[in-house]
Design a protein around this ligand. Structure first.
Ligand code: CTP
Ligand code: MG
Length: 166
């Protein structure tokens, strides 16, 4: 298989896991309880903020599993590895939000590369326990993800799934 396609398929659970929270949040808006429970950190800002919900965590497992299922049709990974990679994407995303809150950035504010890369770095680390990546594939994933993230968020904005296009 083409090495680029191979890299994309290996990362499908990360992409699915990272985008699933937006969809599930739209379907079940009442279930969006924040992970930090509204807790304020010592610096006076929220620990994570209202954008990081338990439903998002559940969604990351479901999205990751789905991504793993799709990838497994090419013989790459499984539902199980997909779940863990999907969860790691949203775990990395939460670390990104934690950093944003410490920088006094409001929920939904544009943090550029931090927003675009937090999930992929965490999921690449976890995915590499299950898959092997060449250096070229890692570089391709790191370089193409911000672009993909931008495009998918603009589409999400146009479809009124997201309130901001980043
Ligand atoms: N989301 C969620 N739970 C998560 C992660 C994301 O419910 N653990 C949903 C929220 O509806 C969130 C949306 O996905 O608003 C987009 O995610 P993201 O851009 O990461 O969150 P922001 O709202 O921009 O918040 P932050 O500034 O903390 O990144
Ligand atoms: Mg955001």
């Amino acid at each position: 298989m083409n090495w680029i396609l191979d890299a994309i398929i290996k990362m499908l659970p990360a992409y699915f896991g990272n985008s699933a929270p937006v969809f599930l949040g739209k379907i079940f808006p009442k279930l969006t309880k924040p992970i930090d429970g509204g807790k304020i950190a010592k610096d006076g800002n929220r620990l994570l903020g209202d954008g990081k919900t338990w439903l998002g965590i559940i969604a990351s497992f479901i999205g990751g599993a789905l991504g793993g299922l799709v990838a497994s049709t090419w013989g790459i990974g499984s539902i199980y590895s997909g779940m863990l990679i999907g969860f790691s994407a949203i775990f990395g995303d939460s670390i990104g939000s934690f950093i944003k809150r410490r920088l006094k950035m409001k929920r939904g504010s544009n943090a550029g590369l931090l927003d675009q890369m937090d999930f992929i770095i965490a999921s690449l680390i976890v995915a590499s326990f299950f898959q092997s990546f060449t250096l070229a594939q890692i570089l391709f994933i790191l370089i193409s993800t911000p672009l993909l993230h931008r495009i998918s968020n603009i589409i999400g904005y146009k479809l009124k799934l997201k309130s901001v296009p980043w």
